[in-house]
Each structure stands twice: as C-alpha cells, then as structure tokens.
Ligand binder design. Structure first.
Ligand code: SIN
Length: 540
C-alpha cells in the first residue's frame, strides 16, 4: 500500500515541527518520528537560543561572533540571514506559547544569558530546560492541527527518488534526481510502508551517537544525512564534529550535559588538584569557543592521566544556582553531587555535527523536492565550529525559509502528485535475523574506533586506520542488510556506519587544522589550500 501525503516531515524536533505547523496551511502533513514525538535532541537542549534582543547587542556583533567561531569557513549570507531573522522567529515561538525567563514586564524583555564566544548577553532561555519548553509548545500546537498526522515508532529506511523508483514509460525519463517520499519501517507492525510525498523534509537531527561518549540521546544516528547521501545528495563539512567541553563524568550517568550556561554564569574549570587552567589556553578563559575549551580539557586530561576535570560554580549563591539550573542541580544530586557545594566532574563528549546535507539558503538540497533543516543540514552558518546556542536558532530560521520555498514548489507541482506507480519495498528474499549480536558488536566497534581514532585530536595515521576498519564493517553490514528483514537497530547501524565513513573521509581530505578539526600532522590553518567546504557525493 502507498500512503500519500503532501508534505512528509522526517523528525519531530524544533526543525520538523516548526516547518510542519507552517506548511499545514497548504496541504496534508505527515510527521514520522522514531520514538515518541517528544523524544528528540531538541527536548534535551539546555542552554537556549541566541538572538539579538539586548540593548548592548547588535546584528553586527552576533554576525561577527558567529564568523569568529566558524574560523573562516562560514557562508556570510547564511550568517546574516540567520542572525537578522532570529528575533522574529523567537517572537513567533512566544506567539505559539513558549515562555522564556524574563528580565522585565515587556513581552520580549528577556533575561538574556551569556555563553562562550558571545561578545554580548544574547541567549534567550527557559531555566536550563529551553529545548523542552520549545518542544512542548510545538507539540501542543501540532497535536491540535487537523492537517498534521504524527506517526510515532516509524523509522525512515530510504528516500525514494524518481530516477530510482519510477518504472520506464512514465512521466519522467531523463530527469534529475527528484525525491518523492520514503520507505518507512512501522516499528509497531514490523512492516515497511511506502510514503509518497510532494515535498520531503529531513529534520532528523545529528549523529553524535557515532562516538562512544556523547551528550546526545540514542536516536542521534545521522539517519537523514545517511539517507540523503545514499540517494545522491551532496554532504558537506562532515569533519567538523563539535565536542561539548562539559558532559557529566559519572559511571552511571549516560549522556548528561552540563550546559555552557553554567560557565556563562561564572563557573570555573579546575583540574584534579583544584587549579584553574583555562588562562593558559585563551584570554577568554572558560568563555572561549568550544573547540578551544574542549581541546584544553583533552590536553589537561592527557597530561595528568586524570579521569575528568571539574566545573565549579560553588562560589555563587546556592539559591541562585538552584533557581537558574534546576534540572542540572537535580540530576547531579541523583549522583551524589551537590553543585551548590561540590565541583562537578566533567569531560568533553561529541555533541553536534556542523556538517550535514548541503543546502542552499532556502534549505533546498541538490535533490529536487528534498529539503533538509536543523542539525541534519549543512547550511554554511556554522563553518568550522558552531557558536553556542546558534543551533536552535538555525533550525527556526531555516525551517521558515524551507516552508516558504517548498510551499511555492508544491503549488507549482499540480497534477504530478497523481503518480502512484512507486515500487513497493521488496523483502521476499529475506529472513528473520538470528544474529542480533553482530549488529550490537558493530555498533560498539564503530563508536569506539571513532572515539579513539577520529576524536578531538586526529592524525592521518589514525584516520587511515579508522577508514580501513569502517570499510570492512560497511561490507559486513551490507551483506547483512540484504539478507535479513530490516529492523530499526539495523537501519541505525547502517546509517551510523555511513556517517562514520563520511566523517573519516572528510577529515582525511582536510590537510590543515581549523575550528573543530585538529590534525597533529598539520597543526595550522591553511587558507591558501583549504578555505572551502568539504563536499562528498556518492558515485552511482
Ligand atoms: C549547552 O547548553 O551548553 C548546549 C547549547 C548548545 O549546544 O548550543
């Protein structure tokens, strides 16, 4: 059976839902999401959304800070567009019911926070649960909208493109690649369903689960990036993986972030002997950009052999800490750490993909009718390193641009939406797998090899070793993939392996150090040869 929808949105975080709400005025929308609708990386975002509201702030300052963080690789037009449209998009969120910490009585008189790399206070936040506040308000609106269907426990497998799926003799013969939907595993029935759509939006978030240690939830397996690459879209800048400097270090704590806002409110980083060390690395100390802070911590840990460094905010008033960071405070207490008195043990962990599916300023990929927004996309905003709290902002601004552009494309499509002759998923030659252990071994191996060989500090030798291993793993996965019935674990494993390979290959292409990519063999930035985006595209 083919399920038809005007707009297919893959992913239910800030990018997917804010787009869905807008396009729903023009057609039917299906949002597919791997777990429950709220189970997204957005919902875990603590810090906030960067936008110019402060009296001491200006678009120029925000633009300059973004460019500085991006280390020469940002696309200026993307930066300007995002910064200048940011305040409108935040006002829109307020109109949709999201509420943020306020400093005064005016509707937009926000209490603004500060984070690393920002020259002014400009982070709009909701305690330390900003993402949850935004996600909850978007979900509440989406659930009320009769034009939007949300399908939970649905996992996209592959995109469907005209050139690969329309049988001969039909409308399109010598066309470019055009996306017309996706094959999707319904995890409740175990069946693969075929979705036919006018416009498809990838909003599947990031891929930091490709690393052993990460701030991201289990769902962050790079599905959109891998699917788009397989379908023939260009993927850009995958070597720029952002490691967040401060994730909680505790044997029982899985993926818990200690927000940069804690440093923004004055926390110090100290080593295992209680000494501050950031002044050795940057005049901005704890508020240097993330790449600098993460590398500094990595260096301190390698020198001392200690398991972690510590983040200490205990010099601030206890009542303030509890009120400003209720979530972090409560989580730390669960592990016996009272942040009003004790330093918090922290380590860097993979946090954000600056690379992704290459898009233009409207979120368009180089496959027609396929858009990508949010962490899945590489829009040029972040360059070689993302400025803190620019990610929710990018998702909001680009989902708006994608909405405006895709609605125009959708209206121009007319009767083409009648095509129904798509090939259904064929699993006739597959059997149920009895070797789930192979999947979990490969998962584990990929994440370890990425952490050990493709981490904060890289070398060509380690990257080559990682490439050889990932190629073998890819072969195993491919055999497995076509012989056995597809499961969500297998889909995610295949996607992670693809993303891992893309990161490694991109890192090998960049023979310099810039932003988040540091190679000990080429410790300096080389503008003459490498001041450009790294693009990868599949050869068919
Ligand atoms: C944080 O709260 O530190 C994360 C915010 C971000 O990644 O921009």
């Amino acid at each position: 059976m083919i399920r038809k929808t005007d707009f297919l949105v893959i992913g239910s975080g800030i990018a997917g839902l804010s787009y869905a709400l807008k396009v729903a005025r023009f057609g039917t929308v299906t949002v597919i999401t791997k777990k429950k609708v709220q189970k997204t990386n957005t919902a875990l975002a603590q810090g906030g959304v960067a936008a110019v509201f402060g009296e001491q702030d200006s678009f120029d300052l925000h633009i300059q800070d973004t460019l500085n963080a991006g280390d020469g690789l940002c696309t200026l037009d993307a930066v300007k567009m995002v910064v200048e449209n940011g305040p409108d998009r935040i006002r829109e969120l307020v109109g949709q019911g999201a509420s943020f910490n306020m400093a005064g009585k005016g509707k937009y008189d926000f209490d603004l926070g500060r984070e690393g790399g920002h020259s002014a206070k400009r982070i709009v936040f909701s305690k330390d649960l900003t993402g949850k506040e935004i996600e909850d308000s978007l979900v509440a609106n989406v659930e009320k909208n009769k034009n939007i269907s949300i399908l939970e426990d649905h996992v996209a497998v592959n995109l469907i493109t005209f050139s690969s799926s329309i049988r001969s003799g039909l409308l399109v013969t010598q066309q470019d690649n055009i996306c017309c939907g996706a094959y999707v595993l319904n995890n409740r029935t175990g069946k693969i369903e075929t979705f036919y759509s006018g416009i498809t939006l990838l909003a599947t978030g990031g891929a930091s689960k490709v690393y052993l240690y990460t701030s991201n939830p289990d769902i962050a397996t790079g599905d959109g990036i891998a699917m788009a690459f397989r379908a023939g879209a260009s993927v850009a800048n995958m070597e720029f993986v952002q490691f967040h400097p401060t994730c909680l270090f505790h044997p029982e704590a899985k993926n818990f972030l200690i927000s940069e806002a804690v440093r923004g409110e004055g926390a110090h980083l100290i080593d295992h002997e209680g000494n501050r060390f950031m002044e050795k690395y940057s005049p901005d100390k704890e508020l240097a950009c993330r790449d600098v802070v993460a590398r500094a911590i990595d260096n301190e840990l390698k020198k001392s052999g200690a398991d972690s460094v510590f983040l200490d905010i205990s010099h601030k008033e206890a009542g303030f800490i509890r009120k400003r960071f209720p979530n972090i405070h409560a989580k730390c207490l669960e592990y016996g750490i009272d942040m009003t008195r004790d330093p918090i043990p922290v380590v860097p962990a993979a946090h954000y993909m600056c690379g992704g599916v290459a898009t233009d300023l409207n979120g368009r990929t180089d496959i027609q009718r396929l858009f990508a927004v949010g962490e899945t996309a590489c829009t040029g905003l972040h360059g070689a390193n993302r400025l803190a709290s620019n990610s929710l902002l990018e998702a909001l601004v680009f989902s708006h641009r994608a909405y405006e552009t895709s609605v125009e494309e959708f209206k121009a499509m007319g009767s083409e939406m009648n095509i129904t002759d798509l090939e259904l998923w064929d699993e006739s030659n597959t059997t149920d797998s009895d070797e789930a252990i192979v999947v979990s071994h490969n998962w584990d191996e990929i994440r370890r090899l990425m952490w050990n060989y493709v981490g904060i500090v890289r070398s060509d030798k380690r990257l080559q070793r990682a490439l050889r291993r990932i190629e073998n793993i890819q072969e195993e996965i491919n055999e497995y993939y076509w012989d056995f019935k597809v499961t969500s674990d297998l889909i995610e494993l295949r996607n992670l392996a693809t993303v891992a390979e893309l990161i490694i290959r991109s890192a090998l292409m960049r023979k310099e150090s810039r932003g988040l990519h540091y190679n000990i063999g080429y410790p300096r930035r080389d503008d003459k040869n490498f001041c450009s985006h790294t693009l990868l595209k599949k050869n068919f």
